[in-house]
Design a protein around this ligand. Structure first.
Ligand code: NAP
Length: 290
């Protein structure tokens, strides 16, 4: 059984990016500059944003964290986005989700200039992805594709089941896996909360990509022998034995499922680090496409 090591794979990608940054520097060019907007004090969001900023430092990017209070108005957030859209120093930026309830996420997504939308959430970029045109691919699904590619997981002609149809993970994941590309060329079944025979569907899958947001949901009896399982889920579970007071688990019951798989991504150290690597790749793309 192969463990799809997202930590090691993302480290390799970061090394490749660092080489590209050095090339830009030696040519006297500007280094990529990523900005992140964080609204409020959600602990998990703070952790993710800090990891993104740290990753920028590691590869030699510049980074800016715009830390806004939880009571920031929608209008003020949109103004901050406009400022970043118009700032020539900033090559790409993200708005960390989720946002406080009084802010309309759709309005925010639409406001980010598509050429700086390194999360790949803007409808223009989603449309380009769907048509197979050059664009910023959404970070998490693209991170999964990179992981499958770098581990030479055969996807062509395989049955891939995606669990979860969110705009940021499940739906783009299903599009990327079904594209005429490598990885890709899979026969994809996109499942969701109304899927009535999920266990049966999963048992026919060669590849299962799990992104529904329920801890330990995918159990051993839902997976056929030799399947490849990618766990996108990430949850903080209280654990008094840990210094932090919590531990991280995914949407997959790792012990049960790993026993049946040919390859599986762990949590932590799987898709999470790949998402960050993907964001850095998009930011490098943003500056190179100028
Ligand atoms: P989301 O927006 O809450 O969407 C969850 C999806 O799962 C929905 O489409 C929902 O169906 C479906 N679902 C819920 N219960 C189900 C069930 N019993 N059977 C089948 N499908 C079910 O979640 P998300 O933003 O995609 O995130 C999913 C997970 O990935 C979360 O744990 C999140 O923290 C994690 N995540 C990780 C990363 C990373 O970098 N590692 C990045 C993003 C997200 P309906 O559409 O019918 O409601």
């Amino acid at each position: 059984m192969i463990v799809l090591d997202g930590k090691a794979t993302s480290a390799a990608i970061k090394d490749e990016i660092a080489v590209e940054v050095e090339k830009l520097k030696s040519a006297g060019k500007k280094v990529p500059h990523l900005a992140a907007i964080l609204v409020g004090n959600d602990g998990a969001s703070q952790t993710y944003v800090n990891a993104k900023v740290k990753a920028c430092e590691k590869v030699g990017f510049e980074s800016t964290l715009v830390d806004l209070p939880a009571n920031t108005t929608e209008a003020d957030l949109l103004k901050t986005i406009d400022d970043l859209n118009n700032n020539p120093e900033i090559d790409g930026f993200i708005v960390q989700l989720p946002l406080p309830e009084h802010i309309d996420e759709d309005k925010v997504t639409l406001r980010v200039a598509p050429e700086k939308d390194v999360d790949g959430f803007h409808p223009e970029n989603v449309g380009r992805m769907s048509l197979g045109l050059p664009t910023f691919l959404p970070a998490t699904p693209n991170g999964v594709m990179e992981m499958l590619g770098r581990y030479n997981i055969e996807t062509s002609g395989k049955h891939c089941v995606v669990i979860g149809r969110s705009n940021i993970v499940g739906t783009p994941m299903s599009i990327l896996m079904s594209r005429n590309s490598n990885p890709g060329n899979a026969t994809v079944t996109l499942t969701h909360s109304r899927t009535s025979n999920l266990k049966e569907v999963c048992l026919s899958a060669d590849i299962i990509i799990v992104a529904l947001g329920k801890p330990n949901f995918l159990t051993g009896d839902m997976v056929k022998e030799g399947a490849v399982v990618v766990d996108v889920g990430i949850h903080r579970i209280e654990d008094s034995t840990k210094k932090s007071g919590f531990r991280l688990v995914g949407d997959v019951n790792y012990e049960e499922v790993a026993a049946k798989c040919s390859a599986i991504s762990p949590v932590p150290g799987g898709v999470g680090p790949m998402t960050i690597a993907s964001l850095l790749q998009n930011t490098l793309k943003a500056i190179k496409s100028k």
